[in-house]
Design a protein around this ligand. Structure first.
Ligand code: FES
Ligand code: FES
Length: 107
């Protein structure tokens, strides 16, 4: 046996609550990173693990120095295995963090 949902079966207080939540719905606001530089950092790094700054507030760009603490940002870990030059995002808006994807050209 199926049961059909009917608004008329609802308690008017519940209905008002649903309508109120629908009308007042707002997308959660995402914090925006600080633009450290509107161009990438091109670097050769020794093999090892690194933490790329996602918040843009580090004084040691493009690496995290802990300045993100208390924000919703966390650094992005990446591992270098060879001495190939890397193109690391400086603007913090890349869609392929920690690497530059050209998004800085649109800022
Ligand atoms: Fe920016 Fe840590 S200082 S992510
Ligand atoms: Fe951020 Fe290029 S520097 S996308």
């Amino acid at each position: 046996m199926s049961r059909h949902f009917a608004l008329t079966e609802m308690d008017p207080k519940d209905l008002n609550s649903i309508i109120d939540r629908f009308l007042n719905f707002k997308e959660p606001v995402m914090a925006e990173p600080n633009i450290a530089k509107k161009s990438p950092y091109i670097m050769q790094l020794a093999p090892g693990d690194y933490w790329w700054c996602a918040c843009g507030k580090s004084a040691n760009q493009p690496f995290c120095d802990g300045s993100h603490k208390g924000s919703e940002f966390t650094p992005v870990k990446f591992t270098v295995t060879s001495k190939t030059p890397l193109v690391l995002c400086g603007c913090k808006y890349s869609g392929n963090k920690p690497y530059c994807d050209g998004t800085h050209n649109t800022l």
